[in-house]
Design a binder for this molecule. Structure first.
Ligand SMILES: [Fe+2]
Length: 429
């Protein structure tokens, strides 16, 4: 059965509804590997890019996505609590799509009704084959650690692969990973996506991915702007209720944090679809006000400050267009931390309110660069910079450790050398 995108989304929504009512088909199906003589999926069926995607409530749900070289027969996901025999089966859904002249046989399955703070494991199953088991962890309200990667766009993704894989190896307890946008250099080029996915193998199967859309996700092969078709298909992120901008921006809860993933590409999308900025700002206010989480963190690709550039004296230091639109709203909403990207340089600007350092404003971290597109000697330090990565920059990554009372953000060079550390504490609600 081939399902178009609208039906695919309806199916996902319907699956949640049915499960809520306790009658989701496949629930309670038993599966015994020995009985059917199953083979590994990784062989003849060639499953690729198996990945966990964050959901709005990752303590109780998860989306799994993957591709295959050829259509799969009756693809399912089986999952169980680690150490237990009984499995639950969830049907996967096809979302075949063609982009850059290549047809992707893509699948997605949504697990719902999971218990918080529980270790599960899952595997892919088709009519006559079964894959390896992979871990799947649901958070509780406790502390957690995550990985934050700046722009990974590259001409060669081997540097990105090394940064990501080594960061993940040094942080085996990291529960999810964020990529701050400009995931690929060209959003239409399927070879770039393949390279990015390949680099993340071994990580994205076992912990969820939190994608942030960047401007490079909106470029076609001729470097003209288009809608971010591939990005939107590869990552089924949480619903935002938007008619025109579903999956462009979203939010989710993890432990004591409400994360808001914003989309800074309103200029890029305006000629295709009108009104991303206004719609998003209205949604943001409502979304944050509805959250009772202690910490509120924003992820957005383009930076809020404007930096001077060497040899371009006409360019002034100040606030960027994104900053003009968003910083007053972030202050109004009591956002604790804002992570940005896009400039390929790591800078900790401390807390800012009213364009001045002020402990009452959000902490603004410009996350740096994790691919091989680097801008040595380009930027002139901003008056608001408090910590700047050693120049000229190589790559970097960040970790964030969160408890109810404290958040510790650390920035590392690719070899694991710590170059910055910032700690936030909050004792009140
Ligand atoms: Fe960018």
């Amino acid at each position: 059965m081939t399902m178009n995108r609208r039906n695919f989304l309806r199916f996902l929504a319907g699956g949640v509804f049915l499960l809520g009512g306790g009658v989701f088909f496949g629930k309670g199906t038993w599966y015994r590997q020995a009985a059917n003589g199953m083979r590994e999926l990784a062989g003849d069926l060639d499953v690729q890019y198996l990945r966990q995607i964050i959901t709005a409530a990752p303590s109780s749900s998860r989306i799994l996505m993957w591709q295959s070289a050829n259509p799969l027969s009756r693809p399912n996901v089986e999952y169980r609590r680690q150490g237990q025999e009984e499995t639950t089966t969830v049907s996967a859904n096809e979302d075949f799509f063609t982009d850059d002249g290549v047809t992707n046989h893509q699948y997605a399955a949504m697990l719902t009704g999971l218990s918080p703070a529980t270790a599960y494991e899952y595997r892919l199953v088709s009519e006559r084959s079964a894959g390896a088991w992979h871990p799947l962890h649901t958070p509780g309200e406790d502390s957690f650690r995550c990985l934050i990667f700046p722009d990974s766009q590259s001409s060669d993704y081997s540097d990105w692969e090394r940064v990501a894989q080594e960061a993940a190896a040094r942080n085996p307890e990291a529960e999810f990973f964020i990529n701050m946008g400009d995931i690929v250099d060209n959003g239409e080029d399927h070879t770039q996506w393949q390279a990015w996915f390949h680099a993340m193998e071994g990580i994205m199967e076992r912990i969820p991915f939190v994608p942030v859309m960047g401007n490079h996700e909106t470029y076609d092969k001729n470097w003209n702007v288009r809608l971010p078709e591939a990005y939107l298909r590869y990552f089924v992120v949480p619903e935002n209720g938007s008619r025109d901008f579903a999956r462009y921006y979203y939010s989710f809860d993890y432990g004591a944090v409400h994360f808001v993933v914003l989309n800074s590409q309103w200029d890029e999308t305006e000629d295709f679809k009108h009104g991303l900025l206004a719609e998003q700002m209205g949604w943001l206010r409502e979304d944050v006000r509805q959250s009772s989480k202690k910490w509120k963190i924003v992820l957005i690709h383009k930076d809020v400050l404007q930096y001077r550039i060497h040899n371009r004296p006409e360019r002034q230091e100040g606030i960027s267009e994104v900053g003009k639109e968003c910083m007053p709203v972030f202050e109004e909403l009591g956002i604790d931390i804002v992570f940005t990207a896009h400039l390929h340089t790591y800078r900790n600007r401390g807390h800012i309110r009213g364009m001045r350092h002020d402990s009452g404003g959000p902490l603004y971290i410009l996350t740096g660069v994790a691919g091989n597109v680097r801008y040595p000697g380009l930027w002139i330090d901003h008056a608001l910079d408090e910590v700047v990565a050693p120049q000229p920059e190589v790559d970097n990554y960040l970790t964030m450790e969160v408890t109810t009372e404290r958040i510790i953000i650390k920035c590392f060079l690719p070899d694991g050398q710590e170059i910055d550390r910032v700690e936030l504490t909050k004792t009140e609600a």
